[in-house]
Design a binder for this molecule. Structure first.
Ligand code: BG6
Length: 513
């Protein structure tokens, strides 16, 4: 007997249905640092079925015992620097370890898939998992289409007798609009759209999900959340990390492709969407997609005026000396890849017409900070004309996504004393003051939701393409203008001055990092 096809996470906190998770790229960084700790956290929370198992697939020459040992080792190491603290402690690890299997193979060789099919039958019989299988592509992106095609050819994604077969696919999903469309075509040639779960790990973050709750579970904000009251919106994803050892990937990618059509646009669409009719995947995803469809398409002139890029030079980040991006391993010494991008976007709909959305993201910046700022319009000053009040602080609502999770609201208050003077004060909500949070890598929710068939936190083919459609004119304009200036900002700064000028021109300023 199969389980019900889809349960909403909103309602379910029961263990996920029995299933086998097949991880392609099981010896890689993602699997070790995030997936295994996430499985440990899920197991600890009682959210995995007793009838659950994992088959890792990779090219490394390991036997099953060696595979388990190497995962245990890296899970322990990653527990030191991720939110997975003690997730792999003795109460959980033996439980999971008993359910870990390994298939060695080349992802392009048909016989690998025969071995996977055989192992699936054996493991399903041993753990009584039934026929539900979740394939997780934690491979280099160049292999996504090939693995899906081979899974299809081997009959492994056929859903029979009420059992589901699902595929989780990681980012980067394409490198531009055409390649994203091609990948969608390749996937949809072997799987139904409802079998494909495209991950954006930002949607696994509690505070990102909270944007919807904050907006739609409170009567206070929504009436103000529009062009009548909002002056502009700022979305910042600032990182202190430099390119590190990811030079090969990053130099061919850059900040725009790496962060904007995915993570920043998730924040943008959650902040700007209309209220969905209910909290299910179809309703939420349709509203998010409408936002991206309504973003005003940038012309080459818009790109030159409204999009700023930069690359970090040498500097000091959090007290540590950082070499220039061009001196990082696997980065071309004359690289013109941007490590910073800022842009102004307009959303052409009734709610947002005339309200600029300023987005910025960069590496090797002064501080790590992800936040969405809703800047409200200034109150009229006229009432205070005969007082010492010369200016009023504009109200802003800041959604703090990371690292300090919460929200804060700034408003004016009277400075105590005989004369009428005002100053901006802040009301702050910190997650940690109200809620005890369980160790979390962000992947727990995503794996669990996929197993219960709740697609609300995953992207449809058209959502991915809608993001690339907004970004494509920028890629095109940059490609046509290869000699355009590329400002260098010192590592540890807040980015290139051109980004300040982008807002300065409109009489606005970025919130301090
Ligand atoms: C990844 C990007 O998708 O997101 C990285 O490839 C980036 O370059 C990372 O550092 C940021 O994620 P987080 O969760 O640390 O904000």
């Amino acid at each position: 007997m199969s389980e019900p096809a889809a349960v909403s996470r909103a309602a379910a906190v029961a263990p996920a249905p029995p299933a086998i998770l097949v991880v392609f790229g099981a010896a890689g960084d993602l699997a070790r640092r995030l997936l295994v700790p996430a499985l440990c956290n899920l197991a600890r929370a009682g959210l995995l079925s007793e009838r659950f198992a994992v088959i890792g697939v990779a090219r490394q020459d390991l036997d099953e015992e060696g595979f388990r040992r190497s995962l245990a080792r890296s899970a322990r190491e990653s527990a030191k620097d991720t939110a997975a603290q003690d997730a792999c402690a003795p109460d959980v690890w033996p439980w999971l370890s008993r359910r870990l299997y390994y298939v060695r193979g080349d992802f392009n060789a048909p016989d690998t898939y025969e071995r996977i099919a055989r192992r699936l039958r054996e493991v399903a019989a041993q753990h009584r998992t039934g026929g539900n299988v979740l394939f997780y592509l934690a491979t280099p992106p160049g292999l996504f289409a090939a693995v899906a095609r081979r899974l299809g050819a081997a009959g492994l994604v056929r859903q029979e007798n009420g059992w589901w077969r699902r595929l989780i696919i990681e980012k980067p999903f394409g490198t531009d609009l055409a390649s994203a469309q091609a990948l969608n075509r390749d996937l949809l040639a072997v799987l139904g759209e409802d079998q494909i779960f495209r991950i954006d790990h930002y949607l696994g973050k509690e505070t990102v999900q909270n944007i919807m709750v904050l907006r739609f579970a409170n009567g206070l904000f929504e009436p103000l959340w529009n062009r009548d009251h909002v002056d502009h919106v700022q979305i910042t994803v600032a990182e202190t990390v430099e390119v590190g050892r990811r030079g090969r990937f990053y130099d061919a990618t850059g900040a725009l492709r790496d962060m904007v059509p995915n993570h920043l646009f998730q924040l943008l669409s959650l902040a700007a969407m209309e209220p969905p009719s209910c909290f299910n995947a179809a309703a939420v995803r349709a509203e998010k997609a409408k936002v991206l469809d309504a973003v005003h398409r940038l012309t080459p002139t818009d790109v030159r005026r409204d999009v700023v890029r930069g690359q970090y030079g040498a500097g000091i980040v959090e007290g540590k000396a950082v070499k220039a991006y061009r001196d990082a391993p696997d980065v071309a010494p004359s690289s013109r890849t941007e490590t910073y991008v800022a842009m102004k976007l307009m959303i052409d709909n009734w709610r947002w017409a005339g309200v600029p959305f300023y987005l910025r993201t960069g590496k090797a910046l002064a501080r790590r900070r992800t936040e969405v700022v809703i800047q409200f319009k200034q109150a009229p000053l006229s009432l205070f004309r005969d007082t010492p009040v010369e200016r009023l602080t504009a109200n802003d609502l800041v959604l703090h996504i990371q690292p300090d999770e919460g929200a804060s609201l700034r408003f004016n208050a009277k400075i105590p004393g005989p004369s009428v003077r005002a100053d901006g004060v802040e009301m702050t909500f910190n997650y940690r003051d109200y809620f005890r949070s369980a160790p979390n890598t962000g992947y727990e929710t995503l794996i669990y939701d996929c197993m219960i068939g709740d697609a609300v936190l995953f992207n449809r083919a058209e959502d991915i393409e809608a993001g690339w459609r907004v970004v494509q004119p920028v890629l095109d304009a940059w490609a046509e203008d290869p000699d355009a200036a590329l400002p260098i900002y010192p590592a540890g700064s807040t980015g290139p001055p051109e980004a300040e000028a982008l807002l300065g021109r409109d009489g606005r300023r970025w919130r301090a990092l």
